[in-house]
Design a binder for this molecule. Structure first.
Ligand SMILES: Nc1ncnc2c1ncn2[C@@H]1O[C@H](COP(=O)(O)OP(=O)(O)OP(=O)(O)O)[C@@H](O)[C@H]1O
Ligand SMILES: [Mg+2]
Length: 540
């Protein structure tokens, strides 16, 4: 059964975006390519429309957003990782979690890809922003499972972009600065390409900065102009809001080509024609550009580099088409920007497809039960991705994107502070072991509190929302009675390629406690139930 799936299954790379998603594969000639959707487009709006029993994803859903706004879901990626209590939407008597909504988008991509390739799509690499933490990564993985995909890897978007730019074609060593401004998220990453190796050096991002924020500035401006003219605020009405939003996006995108755009706003039988110049648009959004610029500086200093160390700036994400962004980067970096280098809409999915193929080759090569597994891979694919000694021709080394630590207690037995086990940018997979000591005589046990995203020596009691935001979980180790203070115990953090963590604590007498940190908001049964529900849904 397993073997049969392998023979038939296709692996794809999926860029699951806030506003648009894309899917790609490596064809039999060993070349990565975007798979167009049923509407023949290369990217699919991440918009879902619920109508009776029918779920529509993509362009048609987006076009209907202003007609039936209450039946539409958008920007799900901004909610991923939240529990059902924190975020859900209800349609036709069913409550959908963020994972399930994301799964609907994945299902549409999968379905259209299968029709296009005339083959079953079984395996996928799905990309996420580099600064996504465990909960968001786990939720993305679950979304893939719900959509019926075997998720080979949850990959960092900037790594995928750099991979698609090409580690195997540019020869010499390069430091690549990946600037990714999408619809809802922004991240900046420095990658090092040396020989066939691709390595992440530094990364940082803003979860809540993207093209949508530029749209919002236009929306507010239009509403203000309308109100000045007619004394009414059109944003109070959901239909009018959706309408203005669509017009604002069109105006924004046309301002990337032209100096002026016109926006018509109709509400309550009244109408305004608003002219927006590029200059005014820049003025409205200058703060946002400054936030982008500031983050570039942060990442460069994290990489311990200056612009002189950067060989190439790679622009990713639709919002980098805005001239104000390209001008800002040229200004701060002093570098020529060549937007033609790669297509900012495609690169992430293309890189994910390459990674999918690499992971598949690796798995098949490691599959001792099937010595013939590699034979099924087309020659051209093997030529490109397998080196002369049977090794993978491209080596992708991702770094941990957040510090991972443990809470220690000072000798006063009260003050708790952060000790880093795996500092940010440690290459993954990795395993780190450290020895710690009990604080008091006859301590019944130790509680290993696992934390993410805090700095060395930070005092826990000074951190607001410590439990909610930074604590990943804990591992409890019981100790034999009668142990004196300063009894040693070992703690091991094992961090795998998907950035999921296993923690082991080992005390005297070989007593061991082990936990797999699981931040997913759905348990396995819920994922399965959701997958079953999905199978019965009709998705267009
Ligand atoms: N010509 C253009 N000028 C300005 N903005 C554009 C242009 N083309 C696309 N965009 C904007 O790019 C954004 C979409 O970019 P992209 O598809 O990279 O985002 P995403 O992958 O969905 O989001 P994220 O990466 O944040 O999850 C939208 O806000 C869209 O309006
Ligand atoms: Mg994106």
């Amino acid at each position: 059964m397993k073997k049969e799936m392998k023979q038939m299954g296709k692996v794809v790379g999926i860029d699951l975006g806030t506003t648009f998603s894309a899917i790609a594969h490596v064809n039999e000639h060993g070349q990565e390519e975007i798979i167009p959707n049923a509407e023949s487009d290369r990217i699919t709006p991440s918009v879902i429309m619920f109508e009776d029993d029918l779920v529509t994803v993509g362009k048609i859903a987006k076009q209907n957003a202003s007609a039936v706004p209450e039946q539409i879901v958008e920007f799900v990626k901004r909610e991923i990782g939240k529990s059902k209590e924190e975020f859900s939407r209800e349609f036709e008597g069913k409550t959908y979690s963020a994972e399930e909504l994301s799964a609907l988008i994945l299902q549409k991509l999968k379905q259209d890809a299968e029709a296009h390739l005339d083959a079953e799509v079984t395996d996928a690499v799905i990309t996420v922003p580099a600064y996504f933490k465990d909960a968001e990564r786990e939720a993305t993985r679950n979304a893939g499972k719900i959509a019926g995909l075997n998720v080979l890897h949850v990959m960092n978007e900037p790594t995928a972009a750099a991979l698609a730019y090409g580690v195997d074609v540019h020869g010499s060593d390069q430091n690549v600065f990946v600037f990714d401004l999408g619809g809802g998220t922004f991240d900046v990453t420095v990658m090092k390409v040396s020989g066939s190796k691709l390595e992440m050096i530094a990364t940082n991002g803003d979860h809540r900065l993207g093209g949508k924020d530029w749209d919002d500035q236009i929306i507010v401006h239009v509403a203000q102009m309308f109100e000045e003219e007619h004394g009414e605020n059109p944003l109070q009405d959901l239909h009018a809001y959706q309408d203005i939003q669509l017009n604002a996006i069109n105006a924004k995108e046309s301002l990337s080509q032209r100096q002026k755009a016109r926006i018509v706003c109709n509400y309550n039988g009244k109408s305004s024609r608003i002219e927006l110049t590029r200059e005014k648009f820049h003025e409205l959004t200058n703060d946002l550009v400054q936030r982008c610029s500031a983050l570039c500086g942060v990442v460069l200093s994290e990489a311990q580099m200056t612009w002189e160390d950067i060989d190439l700036v790679l622009l990713v994400g639709g919002s980098t088409r805005m001239p104000m962004i390209q001008e800002m980067i040229t200004e701060i970096s002093g570098k020529e920007i060549n937007p033609q280098e790669v297509n900012p809409d495609d690169v992430v999915a293309l890189g994910a497809a390459i990674q999918g193929t690499l992971r598949q080759i690796e798995e098949q090569a490691n599959d001792t039960s099937d010595t013939n597994a590699l034979a099924e891979i087309p020659e051209a694919v093997k030529d490109r991705f397998i080196g002369p000694k049977g090794e993978l021709a491209i080596k992708v080394v991702d770094g941990a994107t957040h510090h991972l630590g443990v809470v220690l207690v000072k000798s006063d037995a009260v003050t708790r502070y952060v000790h880093l086990m795996i500092p940010k940018m440690t290459p993954v997979p990795c395993e780190v072991q450290d020895t710690f000591y009990t604080v008091t005589d006859n301590q019944p046990g130790v509680q290993v509190e696992v934390i993410q995203g805090l700095e060395q020596d930070q005092l826990i009691d000074e951190i607001p929302q410590f439990e909610e935001i930074y604590k990943l979980g804990e591992c409890e180790l019981g100790l034999p009675s009668g142990m004196p203070a300063n009894t040693p115990f070992d703690v091991t953090y094992k961090y795998n390629l998907d950035q999921t963590l296993e923690v082991t604590a080992k005390g005297p007498g070989g007593k061991t406690a082990n936990v797999k940190i699981d931040r997913s908001t759905l348990d396995e049964a819920e994922v399965e139930a959701a997958a079953d529900h999905m199978e019965n849904l009709e998705i267009e």
